[in-house]
Design a binder for this molecule. Structure first.
Ligand code: PEP
Length: 253
């Protein structure tokens, strides 16, 4: 089901106390959240359980893990299974963030396995895609992103694909302060939706939630989120400030 989502990616930041203070500050603000307008907080593994407990009585706020492993369980020291995440009440998992693709060599086929296991456990993948600056300068971003989607997602059924949240994040805009213009975001979001339409039909494509990520801030969120094929954002740096993240949440359509 297509939704409007403000997703926070805390990455590898904050101590427990700092995380609790940030979460309390985010939760004390008023937002009009509902079934179609949500906040998802992707926070570090050690704080997932306390965060789930804190948000459980707040309508429209959910907790995400920033990663998971592609195997059910077993001798994989240091990894975290989806079953573990599900058992503590986590509902979303961010997959394929460009930092994981780059620093941990996560490939499209490996991510396809992670998508499968997340869906099998009834959690929702937030699947990240997006091109580097070199690809953008070559002008082949549409083909590059379509290929990421095809290799990791197109084996899914129509019912499954509608559950996946897509986060388009141009790598050149992540953490750089350099945002895609609202028109650049709209153009590629429309391309992503058309890519899904070609594979699954227009009705399914219209149901898919596509977030924009890359230096979304309080002062640009409303313009980007207003674009017809942008359904909210995945926010890194600006999500570490409760007041700024509140502005971003309130910028959702
Ligand atoms: C991100 O971490 O996914 C991200 C988009 O970061 P930032 O908002 O800091 O660019």
């Amino acid at each position: 089901m297509r939704q409007q989502i403000a997703a926070a990616n805390w990455k590898m930041n904050l101590t427990l106390t700092q995380g609790e203070q940030l979460l309390d500050a985010i939760l004390k603000n008023e937002y009009s959240l509902n079934e179609h307008r949500k906040v998802v907080l992707a926070i570090p593994f050690p704080y997932l359980l306390p965060a789930v407990n804190k948000v459980k009585n707040t309508q429209g706020v959910f907790v995400a893990a920033q990663n998971c492993y592609n195997k059910k369980s077993g001798a994989f020291t240091g990894e975290t299974s989806v079953e573990m995440l599900q058992s503590i009440g986590v509902e979303y998992v961010v997959l394929g963030h460009s930092e994981r693709r780059e620093y941990f060599n996560e490939s499209n086929s490996f991510l396809a396995e992670k998508v499968n296991i997340v869906l099998e456990n009834n959690l929702i993948p937030i699947f990240c895609c997006g091109e580097s600056l070199t690809i953008r300068e070559e002008g082949t971003q549409n083909e590059f992103v379509a290929n990421q989607l095809k290799e990791s997602l197109f084996h899914l059924s129509a019912d499954q694909i509608k559950k996946v949240v897509i986060a388009y994040e141009p790598i050149w805009a992540i953490g750089t302060g350099k945002t895609a213009s609202s028109q650049q975001a709209q153009d590629i979001h429309l391309h992503i939706r058309n890519t899904f339409a070609a594979a699954y039909g227009n009705e399914v494509a219209q149901d898919i939630t596509i977030l924009y990520g890359g230096s979304v801030k309080g002062n640009n969120a409303a313009e980007i989120f207003a674009m017809p094929d942008v359904d909210g954002g995945l926010v890194g740096g600006a999500s570490l400030n409760a007041d700024e993240f509140a502005i971003i949440i309130n910028a959702l359509k």
